[in-house]
Design a protein around this ligand. Structure first.
Ligand SMILES: C[S@@+](CC[C@H](N)C(=O)[O-])C[C@H]1O[C@@H](n2cnc3c(N)ncnc32)[C@H](O)[C@@H]1O
Length: 230
C-alpha cells in the first residue's frame, strides 16, 4: 500500500521531517505514471555519466554489464548509446518495468537480456546469462528496505564479479548532518563503505554526492555514486 510518506522522487516535499517513498512496482498503471515523473533530469544524467565512465575503463575485465533494478531503462539506454562494446543485462522483479524498459531501449534491445529475479533472493546471480565484468545500479537498492538486504546484495556482487570487475551503485543516501528521519534503505555513505568492505571490496570510494540537501530535502535528492573494485 502507498502510505502518507509517498512522495514524488523528483519534486515531492519531505513530510513531517521524514524522507522516503513507497512504490507499487508491480502495478502497470502506477509504473507508467511513475516512469514519466522519473524521466532523467540533468543531475541524474550526471550520475549516468559517472557510471558510464567507470564501466568503460580499459581495465574493467569483461564487457558484460548487469544492472540491478533496470526499471524504465533510462540508464540502460544512456549507456548502450554511448558504449557500443558492452552487452547489457537488466535484472528486475517487475514485468511492468520490463515493458517500459523494452520501449525505452528500443532499437538497442538486441544487446540486452532482461532477467527476472528478486534481489531479496540470494540466488539471483545464478540467473545471470553470463559472468559480468561490471554490476551497476541506480536508485534501486534503497528499495530493499534496509542495510542487511543491501549488505547481502553487495556480497553477491563480490562473488559474481571476477578480479578486475567493478560495482557501481548510485543510490539515495542519508546525508551527514541532517535532522530528518530517513527510510531504512537510505543510510550514510560511511555505512555503505562498511558494508562494501565486509563484502570483500577493499577500497570503496564515493565519486559524488549529487543533489545534496540537508536543510529541506525531498525524496528525490541526496544520492551518491559509490564505486568498488573487485
Ligand atoms: C528507480 S528504478 C531504477 C531506475 C533505473 N536505474 C533507470 O535508470 O531507469 C528501481 C527498480 O528496482 C526494482 N526493484 C525494486 N526492488 C526489487 C527487488 N527486490 N528485486 C528486483 N528488482 C527490484 C524496481 O522494480 C524498479 O524497476
Amino acid at each position: 500500500m502507498v502510505d502518507r510518506h509517498e512522495v514524488d522522487e523528483r519534486k515531492g516535499p519531505a513530510v513531517s521531517g521524514y524522507v522516503g517513498a513507497k512504490h507499487e512496482f508491480h502495478d502497470a498503471e502506477y509504473v507508467r505514471g511513475w516512469a514519466e515523473r522519473f524521466a532523467p533530469t540533468a543531475p541524474r544524467v550526471r550520475l549516468f555519466d559517472l557510471v558510464l565512465e567507470q564501466i568503460s575503463k580499459p581495465q574493467v575485465a569483461a564487457k558484460h554489464v548487469v544492472e540491478l533494478g533496470i526499471g524504465p531503462g533510462y540508464m540502460a539506454r544512456h549507456i548502450l548509446e554511448r558504449n557500443r562494446e558492452v552487452s547489457y543485462e537488466g535484472v528486475d522483479f517487475s514485468e511492468a518495468m520490463f515493458a517500459i524498459a523494452r520501449h525505452t531501449i528500443g532499437d538497442l534491445m538486441a544487446r540486452v537480456t532482461l532477467t527476472t529475479a528478486d534481489l531479496f533472493d540470494n540466488s539471483w546471480p545464478a540467473k545471470l546469462s553470463e559472468r559480468p565484468g561490471a554490476i551497476i545500479s541506480t536508485w534501486a537498492l534503497h528499495d530493499l528496505g534496509g542495510q542487511q538486504a543491501v549488505a547481502d546484495v553487495y556480497k553477491r556482487c563480490f562473488e559474481a564479479l571476477p578480479p578486475g570487475g567493478v560495482l557501481v551503485n548510485g543510490d539515495f543516501i542519508k546525508p551527514d548532518g541532517t535532522a530528518f528521519d530517513y527510510e531504512a534503505g537510505r543510510f550514510s555513505i560511511d555505512r555503505h563503505f562498511e558494508l562494501l568492505k565486509a563484502a570483500g571490496f577493499a577500497e570503496p570510494q564515493c565519486l559524488a554526492h549529487l543533489e545534496p540537501n540537508t536543510e529541506n530535502p525531498t525524496a528525490g535528492e541526496n544520492y551518491a555514486c559509490l564505486v568498488a573494485l573487485r
